[in-house]
Design a protein around this ligand. Structure first.
Ligand SMILES: C[S@@+](CC[C@H](N)C(=O)[O-])C[C@H]1O[C@@H](n2cnc3c(N)ncnc32)[C@H](O)[C@@H]1O
Length: 276
């Protein structure tokens, strides 16, 4: 897929998803975000860069962890998602966050500025995840650390059929690299390839809870990465894709809703110290 097209599909798709995102995903993503925060092990006074900050679910936690003497630069490709994050930050009165609209591959920050760089569930959408990891390193002071969370193996994510269902109806794949980083030890190896040292990674199982078919369908189609394609489907196509998706998750049905298995991988690495 043409990288520029992928960026446009993601940017404007997430703009559309931004109103639905928190309702659809905040509970489901919490286990990955919790582990990311634990592995980042932030301290008061640190400066943090966040890529793909979305609606700010993690951003506010980072801002709280580094406190008023620390700073957060939160970036995302989608203005709609940043708008949600700004609102969240204003509502809590966090005064130490700056926002920037930027793709993960190129953020407008000087080199060697941050103690920590973080990315929760954003690298899967970048046309060039290696460039995004490199950017997380470039921004770090010598000896700084980066932590990234991605979805795990495709076969362990019970909702994964969503991509083939949508891709069958569009000209180019919506998210061609989605499961790449979460497969085997790819995330750890790619962090090492761009220069991180002492890289460790953890893989955790999770369960996505949906109380009804409507809630599951909204999260899958309107609240995430296929939102752009979905917005262009007519009513007939929408009901076809809903039906196909619900069939694909039928075996996880329980009490009128669903408990769908999933998996996350979270990795942490250190940028070489000066002279290292
Ligand atoms: C699943 S959300 C994660 C948001 C947030 N980090 C969280 O944990 O809730 C994915 C985010 O990645 C952003 N995104 C997609 N492609 C991107 C890219 N190439 N560069 C930066 N952000 C991107 C989307 O706009 C969206 O906000």
């Amino acid at each position: 897929m043409d990288p520029r097209l992928q960026l446009r599909v993601q940017r404007y798709g997430w703009d559309r998803a931004s109103d639905v995102y928190d309702r659809a995903w905040s509970r489901q993503l919490a286990p990955a975000q919790d582990l990311l925060m634990e592995m980042a092990d932030l301290s008061k006074g640190e400066d943090a860069l966040e890529l793909a900050c979305g609606s700010g679910l993690v951003t506010l936690r980072i801002a709280d962890a580094v406190g008023p003497t620390g700073k957060v630069m939160a970036t995302d490709l989608s203005e709609g998602m940043l708008e949600q994050a700004r609102k969240r930050s204003q509502a809590t009165g966090a005064g130490n966050i700056t926002f920037q609209r930027a793709g993960a591959e190129r953020v407008d920050v000087p080199e060697a500025t941050f103690d920590v760089s973080l990315c929760a569930l954003g690298l899967m959408y970048a046309p060039d995840p290696n460039a995004a990891l490199q950017e997380m390193g470039r921004a770090l002071k010598p000896g700084g650390r980066a932590v990234a969370a991605v979805w795990g193996e495709r076969r362990r994510c019970g909702w994964a059929e969503i991509f083939s269902i949508v891709d069958r109806r569009v000209e180019t794949e919506v998210c061609p690299l989605f499961f790449q980083l979460g497969t085997g030890d790819t995330l750890r190896r790619q962090m090492e390839d761009v220069g991180f040292q002492r890289v460790t990674s953890e893989r955790i199982s999770t369960t996505l809870h949906y109380s009804s078919p409507d809630v599951a369908v909204e999260a899958a189609f309107a609240g995430g990465p296929v939102a752009m394609a979905y917005s262009r489907f007519d009513e007939g196509t929408r009901s076809e894709v809903h039906q196909e998706y619900l069939e694909s998750i039928a075996s996880y049905g329980t009490n009128g809703g669903y408990r769908i298995p999933g998996e996350f991988v979270v990795a942490r690495g250190e940028w070489p110290p000066r002279g290292g």
